[in-house]
Design a protein around this ligand. Structure first.
Ligand code: DHB
Length: 475
């Protein structure tokens, strides 16, 4: 029954004068076999169809990055799978806002951290369609010295990839109305941004310039692990959160810088008008209590409850700041901060004065490798009357999911959110994921947020739950 529908869709799309390169060819695949271990370590033999799409835009700047791969399961352990209408996991592999290429891959990237299976490997073995997109990144520079992967290139590319998939409804296997995005760190930030900014007109000129497919770039659901986002407020948030934590080796960051930034965070937080059940308006005075009660204590509770009585007793003896009573962990915010230990970054953590951070490069432009993108750092270096370059405020909005969630929130955003972060992750402030979660919850979205106890940057401790979550929300 699927074939006539697909043929019809093809015919009507062709009438809309599609650039030929944007039409997905469902017959152009290589059948591959992979042995993929699930989260229990059980190996499955997965036969799948692998298609390399040379570019997801008609006028690529650099097809080595602006391309994607599609993997469709056919049999799992010899049993036929019909993925024709399965959810699609759009798994970006972006890290550090660096360029990310999938060109030349000879199959799905099924290997994950520590010898485990990647998220997309798990999704394929669960019967979902997997799309792995490449995207331009901050360090790309052409022969004339022009940086062509700085903001907003990376999000424009991911949106173009979504448009390509949705444009090819009926040709691309899977349900393009059930695209679930996933990414970690910078990739998590971009996943959240993709989810928040669906169909925003702000990106239209950039998408048109690339010849992106004429289709929606909204996605259905969003998974984001330790998102490094809300960048223009990340320095103040970092000092609010980790200001009192030493650097490794024990030295403290510059106290004036830290205190000044932390002080300005109160105004930013107030401007968000965040509310949370049981806390009312979130302010710089109760945000610690909100994070503690909503995330940190439940995280420790879950961890301790998972231990054997013997291991729990040992952990509690080694960490006497935790009170364990009636199966619940409680502690103070200050003790929690001490327990986390050294902070990873100096102050300012993102818009650093020397412009060596990934983010100052992300906001580079033209032949300028890096720029200050906060008034605080700009004026520290260039004097109190310095102004941000005029293009920057709009570019910051293009990179910030919070911008798209203000007020009533963008109407074409994802309504399902999976947000995860380690409690010992000091790559950014704990408020970043917390505020994102609070905002989405207040907007009425379906939000599943949890922090992994004692886990560091990039952790994913419940991958099987995420795979099940995809099925549950897509149903
Ligand atoms: C990533 C980590 C960072 O600390 C950062 O500032 C940006 C990106 C990352 O791991 O992707």
């Amino acid at each position: 029954a699927a074939a006539p529908t697909a043929a019809l869709a093809t015919a009507s799309m062709a009438r809309a004068a599609a650039p030929p390169s944007l039409v997905f060819d469902p017959h152009a695949y290589t059948e591959l076999t992979a042995t993929i271990k699930d989260t229990e370590g059980t190996a499955h033999e997965v036969v799948y169809r692998f298609t390399e799409v040379a570019s997801y835009v008609a006028k690529p700047v650099d097809p080595a990055y602006q391309s994607l791969n599609v993997s469709v399961p056919v049999t799992i352990d010899g049993k036929a799978v019909d993925a024709g209408r399965a959810p699609i996991l759009l798994a970006n592999q972006i890290g550090g806002y660096m360029p990310s290429s999938v060109a030349g891959a000879t199959g799905i990237n099924a290997s994950g951290m520590g010898g485990g299976t990647s998220r997309q490997g798990l999704a394929l073995a669960a019967g979902y369609v997997v799309v792995e997109p490449g995207a331009r990144g901050r360090t790309l520079v052409d022969s004339s010295g022009t940086y062509y992967g700085t903001a907003p290139a990376v999000i424009v590319d991911l949106k173009a990839a979504v448009r390509y998939l949705r444009f090819n409804k009926g040709r691309v296997p899977g349900d393009v109305d059930r695209i679930v995005s996933g990414g970690v760190s910078a990739g998590g930030a971009l996943s959240a941004l993709l989810g928040a900014s669906g169909d925003s007109p702000l990106y239209r000129p950039y998408l048109e310039e690339l010849g992106a497919a004429p289709a929606s770039d909204a996605i259905f659901a969003t998974g984001t692990w330790c998102p490094i986002t809300d960048l223009e407020h990340a320095d103040m948030a970092y000092e609010w959160c980790w200001g009192s934590n030493p650097l490794s080796g024990g030295s403290l960051v510059d106290r004036t810088t830290s205190r000044e930034l932390a002080t300005t965070y109160a105004d930013y937080l107030a401007s968000l008008h965040l509310k949370a059940k049981g806390f009312g308006s979130l302010t710089a005075r109760n945000l610690d209590a909100y994070l503690l009660k909503t995330y940190m204590e439940p995280s420790a509770t879950k961890y301790l409850a998972s231990l054997s009585a013997e291991d729990r007793t040992a952990y509690l003896a080694a960490n006497p700041f935790i009170t364990w009573s009636h199966g619940r962990a409680t502690f103070t915010w200050d003790d929690f901060l001490t327990h986390v230990g050294p902070r990873k970054k100096n102050a300012p953590a993102f818009d650093d004065f020397a412009m060596t951070s990934p983010e100052t490069n992300l906001f580079g432009t033209g032949t300028t490798r890096a720029r200050h993108f906060t008034l605080y750092s700009l004026r520290h270096e260039n004097g109190g009357s310095a102004r941000l370059d005029p293009d920057l405020p709009a570019k910051l909005d293009l990179m910030n999911p919070m911008h798209h969630l203000s007020g009533q929130g963008n109407g074409h955003r994802s309504r399902h959110w999976w947000i995860r972060l380690g409690t010992k992750d000091t790559d950014t402030s704990h408020t970043v994921a917390g505020n994102l979660s609070a905002r989405l919850t207040a907007l009425g979205d379906d939000v599943d947020t949890a922090y992994y106890w004692d886990a560091g940057h990039g952790a994913d401790q419940d991958p099987a739950d995420f795979i099940r979550w995809i099925a549950a929300v897509a149903d």
